[in-house]
Write a protein that binds this ligand. Structure first.
Ligand code: BTN
Length: 253
């Protein structure tokens, strides 16, 4: 691959690498050296790409996007960064997919098309020297079935598989970064707006779900709403209310 494919002209605070363990690791190292808000690392492949709950994020070369962005903000705004990521990525994908394809958000921040996962987002906090969050975004762009992981909890798909054509990764990357730039401004001016946007496109709300929390027995519940921090409020079959900060939530169809 030529790194040219992943370069973004006129963008400062931007690194593109042939290979990284995880772009989150490189972005975190940069954050610890005082990276600016919006500093971004991309790689053509990751040798230890990671997903939520300690899962592996399959990261083959030449086909997808593996992006990590440092977001510098006070803690009360940083709690909205996973929401920011989901809203920004969904909006960017809309710009590249035809109107008949509807990417939606599954709580907390999976982007799905027709029940299959197109993109995933992982947010990690870094406190030194600035309060920041590393927002890691993986988007399956041109992956074919053979490039995708098998036996995942949610079946994986790609933009290519849902649209039937190949995408220019540089163009998709540029749109995602533009979208993140806009949403970082909203984060600082009116973070509740991100929550509103998120709620409108979150398919989990109003659905019956199966909740799996580490070290707890899974239970069924109704996903009713989001609280003001973006935590999911669910009511179990016995009428008890739970506030979910992190959990696996599967839709019961
Ligand atoms: C998930 O859905 O479980 C989150 C997946 C996040 C994957 C991205 S790819 C770029 C960044 N680097 C990583 O190792 N993970 C995130």
């Amino acid at each position: 691959m030529s790194l040219e494919e992943l370069s973004v002209p006129n963008r400062s605070h931007f690194q593109a690498h042939e290979s990284a363990t995880s772009t989150i690791d490189l972005a975190r190292t940069w954050a610890r050296k005082g990276a600016a808000d919006g500093a971004t690392v991309v790689a053509d492949r990751q040798t230890s790409g990671r997903g939520r709950s300690g899962r592996v994020w399959y990261s083959p070369p030449g086909v997808n996007l593996y992006i990590s962005q440092v977001i510098v903000a006070p803690l009360h705004q940083l709690r909205f960064t996973p929401i920011l990521g989901a809203v920004a990525v969904r909006e960017a994908l809309l710009a590249h997919l035809s109107k008949s394809i509807n990417p939606v958000i599954k709580w907390p921040n999976d982007i799905l098309v027709n029940g299959s996962k197109l993109a995933g987002i992982l947010a990690e906090i870094e406190n030194h020297p600035n309060q920041s969050c590393i927002l890691g975004i993986g988007i399956n762009v041109n992956a074919t079935q053979t490039d995708l992981p098998k036996d995942t909890r949610i079946p994986a798909t790609s933009m290519r598989l849902v649209a039937g054509n190949i995408f220019d990764r540089k163009m998709v990357l540029t749109t995602v970064l533009d979208s993140l730039d806009k949403k970082r401004i909203t984060l600082k001016s009116n973070p509740r707006e991100l929550l509103k946007d998120y709620s409108t496109h979150c398919i989990t709300l109003g659905k019956k779900v199966r909740v799996t929390i580490p070290d707890h027995k899974p239970f069924f519940a109704l996903a009713s709403s989001l609280d003001e921090d973006g935590n999911l409020l669910v009511e179990d079959d016995a009428g008890r209310l739970h506030t979910l900060l992190a959990a696996d939530v599967d839709l019961i169809l």
